[in-house]
Write a protein that binds this ligand. Structure first.
Ligand code: DQA
Length: 143
């Protein structure tokens, strides 16, 4: 099956961005490791990072017709703001897992609300780069 991994704004800076919060692993490392795991399980995985809400909306819309079976998404700051990305996921009706490196519930109060959690198959947060690995395991178990 085809899996799509989406990363929201500022996640291109992983590795150097607030390492005490987000760790030292780079986005390239995370993507390479996810791809290797998915391929070893006989699946295909594509990753996209964007700082632009419309790029993420467009990619989710395209997933409706490109055979994507599952989406893993860390919406980053859009978690707390984006009705548009939420609506795109609802429109394509592809199951998705919401991922965060940090635990948003242990941070500023504005991070406690997500526009995604009630629509997600599940939410994995607080395990640093391992959050992505656990989410992929969960997705692979459902394919
Ligand atoms: C994040 C948490 C968000 O609150 C924040 O805006 C991010 C990253 C995380 O992975 O921990 O950019 O999604």
């Amino acid at each position: 099956a085809r899996l799509l991994v989406l990363h929201g704004p500022n996640l291109n800076l992983l590795g150097t961005r607030e390492p005490a919060v987000y760790g030292h692993t780079t986005l390239a490392d995370i993507n390479a490791s996810l791809q290797a795991t998915a391929e070893a399980a006989g699946h295909q995985l594509e990753s996209l990072q964007s700082n632009a809400e419309h790029t993420l909306v467009d990619r989710i819309q395209a997933a409706r017709s490109d055979g994507t079976a599952f989406i893993l998404i860390n919406p980053a700051a859009f978690t707390h703001t984006s009705v548009a990305i939420r609506d795109a996921l609802a429109a394509v009706a592809i199951p998705f897992i919401e991922i965060h490196l940090s635990n948003p519930h242990a941070r500023e109060p504005f991070r406690a609300h997500s526009y995604f959690s009630d629509k997600a198959v599940g939410v994995i947060c607080g395990f640093g780069a391992d959050s992505y690995r656990y989410a992929l395991d969960a997705a692979l178990a459902r394919l």
